[in-house]
Design a protein around this ligand. Sequence first.
Ligand code: AMP
Length: 606
Amino acid sequence: MISPSSSIMAVDSTLSSVVGASFSEKDAKALQFIEEMTKNVDSVQERILGEILSRNADTEYLKRFQLNGATDRDTFKSKVPVVTYEDLQPEIQRIANGDKSPILSSHPISEFLTSSGTSAGERKLMPTIHEELNRRQLLYSLLMPVMNLYVPGLDKGKGLYFLFIKAETKTPGGLLARPVLTSYYKSDHFKSRPYDPFNVYTSPNETILCPDSIQSMYAQMLCGLIMREEVLRVGAVFASGLLKAIRFLQVNWKQFAHDIETGTLNPKVTDPSVRECMSKILKLNPELAAFITKECSEENWECIITRIWPNTKYLDVIVTGAMAQYIPTLEYYSGGLPMACTMYASSECYFGLNLKPMCKPSEVSYTIMPNMAYFEFLPHDDSSAQDSSRDSPPRLVDLADLEVGKEYELIVTTYAGLCRYRVGDILRVTGFHNAAPQFRFIRRKNVLLSIDSDKTDESELQQAIENASVLLKEFNTSVVEYTSYADTKQIPGHYVIYWELFVKDAANAPTGEVLSQCCFQMEESLNAVYRQCRVADSIGPLEIRVVKNGTFEELMDYAISRGASINQYKVPRCVSFTPIMELLDSRVVSKHFSRALPHWTPDRRR
Ligand code: AMP
């Protein structure tokens, strides 16, 4: 056994330089747990696989592969195939339709978690079991002990976190289907969490659990303003969420100032439980109202976070992966406060945490906790086609055997019954903590465009363009070439699609109105997560920029001048490189925006 103090020291050798850090016994235990898990990665993984396979031995899915009671890695690897969501869809559909037999898991499926990844335009449904909540809770419980190693005094104030629940629906068989965070915030694990001075939020539960996201945001921001001097950290799950909150303040600061000046809550907040809890918090405070008016009425919003919340030590927000595009904007609003990316998780499984949360965003590495699930890794090599065919089963590597500097695709086997499931994330090993590899999140496979939690792939974009270009037919016009760009210069960001058109009859060219309809038609064709984000104002209206004829040829010339091969040149379907953007933007002849919100309801289309 490791003594708590030696385990703390082992977490980071720079610890001695952290002045004044004090650790509670609870923290010491959590850090000791991390040490034990990371030192014994391989044996923990072996145990976890054994547990999963023995408890799920009689499931329909595992019986299919005739493991005959074996729970060892070799048998598992030789008999059980690596799968994608599409492979499991028949089983998932049966569970959704109400089949309660042990199909994937011997424990009853308690609900479905709706992933932001999509299949056939709808959110993926990830089966989960009740005890998974404990595993998620366990990972959450490790975050503050690690943070306390680096930032002292977090028990002396509060966290302003913008946390939201989202719409939930029921499957035909009556199981709930909702995002994993909605499931967590509505659970007793969250609602009845014991008091912990290191985890005090400015937002009361009632405001987080308010189903109307605007009322929820309003109340949470108001609490943050009222308690502004107590706030020590400001956060949201993803960077896009925090920026949305800042924009909300930009739009609504006069109402906030009014509420605080008069001590009365805006009548637009109608949720009775929110009104009741706000009545205990909101007090007449003309001085604070004047301060908010002074700060927010200024043209310049640089450092607005530190101006309003002067004691903020860091932002707690994920800025890795697709969220990296928001780093400059967050730096602007926060005056360069550190951005802590604390954890790496998904609907399928919570994976791990960042053991150096105050590092620069570009240096973030996550350590996968080996007790969360059984993890395997498919070596990822961009130069060879990586779609594993069934004829040549891919060779997967275990967590303990990964090599520094190499990239892998993450594959999980979970207690809830996903077996050798391809998550779709590409990770690079950057080093080890004890025997546990640490990972840089490189990217999600096949994602072209992402603004918020939406993930649009190449085929979805292609399909959307085909659907929209039907509207051009009566104008004898077609789309010759296209590319796209995720524009996040303004909040909310939006998709920009560059179109080069072939107009046969200039006298009958499509009007601006028709091109706006094309924008809308594209939005209607995009997946459910995109449409939900649009309806929630987390993504702005889609824009088509029509470029001059010959622009895409110029783009090719440019690529060739930079060394691309003429034979292998393909039009990039998404661009972000500044010279290419400048070239495209200098050739724009007209711009068009979607003028309506696409259709979205929590219910699935199929
Ligand atoms: P969802 O299942 O909708 O919760 O989405 C999970 C996905 O979000 C993961 O598979 C990753 O692609 C992405 N993700 C989650 N956490 C992080 C993180 N810390 N950094 C980058 N991407 C992340």
